[in-house]
Design a protein around this ligand. Structure first.
Ligand code: FUB
Ligand code: ZN
Length: 643
């Protein structure tokens, strides 16, 4: 049984998918073409200090205008991720004008690509003699990888042969320069991404050489003699104009040991996760058991010890990196939006390899929390860093918190996150179902319809994540029967199921409730959505004595706008009832708040004698924070004995 089509029609996700289609894609197009005033020269270094110039760089590389390169040296990837988002959007909403823009971009990219397949506008415009000389830092393979993904997506959406041809030509270039053969670079990129892209190209073209190159790069990484060290001794220089400074240690690049021997996730978080995403895809497609075992082990280490309750990953601004197990500081967290996107790419590949409800749980956590927090409800402001605690004064005055912004800028100097988020939300349909044999797994609770190659269709409806009760209605040709495997989230104690109106005993196998279905079957799954308290593992020093609030998959936070200033003085007594309350008025999309009778602890020496005073607490979903006036925010609140 295979999925032939998944459509989405869901109250919650329609808001975000419409936002991507009607706001983010057009807005980002204008930004990439320098038509939006995003520059903020006086702002934090995370705000855009200048316009994007990304399309202009391509025009210049194509010889359509004169001039050099501007922006981050991997800026090409912003265009490619935009194009990938547009491709997914076209798949669900055909739009001739957008397709026309994409065709223009494809023609521009084809004109900028060199005859041998190379494309990286920074090197073409600024340093043509430095191509592939410093692969640890250069991002050439990162950019080409992002194009390959975009080219595949656009080909799948529209059948564009030119888009696919560029990708194949790039892959041929890479195969001509990397590999075990004498005379080639026995290496891999400093920023993994192309490995995942090559697996995608393999799936589109069926050409095994693409998968083999991905596997080569993945298994070569971190072996001796070390490729990065070798380039450092020969062609790489310490102070590249695009990235000066000391040689970063190999762990930053996940290149000190092979992935199969890496004990803990290490180094730059997004690189680590893209590496794992590529390894999981290549490992499953190439039946590389050692890579898959490494992916499973590292997934567990990340999920259990280096992931925030919001799904955020990457604890420190220094190297945008992992630190060590159970170190999860809330107010200096990095938790880049791209890292949450990358967790989804990685764990989806793991799920494709084998059903593992926990991975689908984490994907859900990322989607509703870590990912969505990256974009404002207007679709035109973006977080790069996603902290769990913010004091705007500290952001301004504490140099250790410069990376933590209390409000989303209109664009970012390093603009990797906005188009990453756009392409993920636009491709949400890929994450809802997986067909495996005669079993249709429902991994995400998102309304819409899944069609199967046996002629059956499953329509999912319901008010998730706000209201209980998801309904699955099956239509199927006579004689067609299959199993619906419904993920039971780990938080869903007390879940229940009815089939054709009759309650069935709730039994889950490896995290999935399995229901045999045929034409006309109606299955209703009730995942209880009463608000709950969440405590961190006691090993997490930053969260000792604190509690968070969640409801279903949504993690909540306190904001100053609802609760006043000095959030650390607020406390949630252990016996305080948590109440879910609909709020359709405050934000651009209706949501559910959680309220509780709380306490405000004495805020001055003089007030200590009076003791804690009652204060109602109002929690909003974490993804919705920073959409009103600038103020404090905290996910964790003091956990006190009963009032
Ligand atoms: O290096 C390219 C992108 O910039 C990474 O993926 C992000 O983490 C940021 O460092
Ligand atoms: Zn990013």
């Amino acid at each position: 049984m295979k999925l032939t089509q998944v459509t989405i029609d869901d109250d919650f996700w329609n808001y975000y998918r419409d936002l991507v289609r009607t706001r983010m894609i057009p807005y980002q197009w204008r930004v990439l073409n320098d038509l939006e005033a995003v520059a903020n020269p006086g702002g934090n270094s995370y705000d855009a200090q200048d316009n994007s110039h990304a399309i202009r760089n391509l025009r210049r590389a194509a010889g359509l205008e004169k001039g050099g390169f501007a922006g981050m040296w991997f800026q090409d990837s912003d265009v490619y991720k935009w194009m990938e988002a547009a491709a997914y959007s076209l798949q669900s909403h055909p739009d001739a004008a957008l397709a026309g823009q994409c065709d223009e971009v494809v023609a521009l990219i084809a004109a900028a690509q060199e005859d041998d397949g190379y494309l990286d506008t920074y090197f073409q415009l600024e340093a043509p003699d430095r191509k592939l000389k410093h692969v640890a830092r250069s991002h050439e393979l990162y950019c080409m990888g992002h194009y390959i993904e975009a080219g595949c997506a656009y080909y799948e959406a529209t059948g564009s042969k030119p888009a696919l041809a560029i990708a194949v030509k790039m892959a041929d270039y890479l195969a001509a320069h990397f590999g075990p053969e004498p005379g080639k670079l026995h290496g891999y990129p400093g920023h993994p991404e192309v490995e995942l892209a090559l697996t995608r190209l393999y799936q589109v073209t069926g050409d095994r050489r693409h998968l083999d190159l991905a596997l080569y790069m993945l298994n070569q990484r971190g072996t001796e003699p070390n490729f990065f060290k070798a380039q450092a001794k020969t062609t790489a220089v310490k102070n590249e104009p695009y990235w000066s400074g000391d040689w970063q240690d190999l762990g930053y690049f996940q290149a000190d040991v092979p992935l199969t021997q890496m004990p803990e996730p290490e180094g730059h978080a997004v690189r680590m996760l893209y590496l794992l995403a590529g390894a999981a895809q290549a490992g499953r497609l190439g039946a590389d058991d050692a890579l898959m075992a490494a992916c499973r082990r590292l997934a567990e280490r990340i999920i259990d010890h280096q992931m925030y309750v919001t799904g955020g990953v990457g604890q420190t601004v220094n190297g945008e990196a992992f630190t060590f197990p159970d170190d999860l500081p809330n107010d200096t967290a990095y938790a880049e939006t791209c890292a949450s996107c990358a967790m989804v790419f990685f764990l989806q590949a793991m799920l494709q390899a084998a059903p593992e409800a926990e991975y689908a749980d984490v994907i859900e956590r990322e989607l509703f929390n870590g990912v969505l927090a990256g974009v404002a409800l207007d679709g035109a402001h973006f977080f790069y860093v996603n902290p769990l605690e913010v004091d705007p004064t500290a952001c301004r005055l504490d140099p250790a918190k410069r990376h933590v912004l209390p409000t989303r800028p209109a664009w970012l100097n390093c603009a990797c996150c906005p188009p990453n988020l756009a392409r993920l939300v636009a491709s949400l349909d890929r994450y809802v179902y997986l067909a495996r044999g005669a079993r249709l797994e429902v991994n995400q609770y998102v309304g819409g319809t899944a069609r199967l190659d046996n002629g059956a269709a499953v329509t999912q409806t319901g008010g998730y994540p706000w209201r209980e009760g998801q309904t699955f209605t099956v239509t199927a040709p006579a004689g067609v029967a299959f199993t619906l495997a419904l993920r039971i989230p780990a938080w869903a104690a007390g879940w229940s199921l009815t089939v054709d109106g009759r309650a069935v005993p709730p039994a889950a196998r490896a995290g999935y409730a399995e229901v045999p279905v045929h034409d006309g079957a109606v299955v209703v799954l009730t995942l209880p959505l009463q608000p709950r308290r969440v405590h961190a593992d006691p090993a997490v020093r930053a969260d000792i004595g604190l509690v968070a609030v969640a409801r279903g998959p949504i993690v909540y936070c306190l904001e100053q706008a609802d609760n006043g200033a000095q959030l650390p003085w607020l406390a949630l007594p252990k016996d305080a009832a948590l109440t879910a309350t609909g709020d359709a008025a405050t934000f651009a999309l209706p949501l559910v708040r959680v309220t509780a009778p709380g306490l405000r602890l004495p805020g001055s020496a003089a007030a200590v004698a009076a003791g804690p005073q009652p204060q109602p607490l109002s929690f909003i979903p974490y993804f919705a924070w920073a959409n009103r006036e600038v103020g404090e925010m905290s996910v964790w609140v003091r956990d006190t004995q009963n009032a």
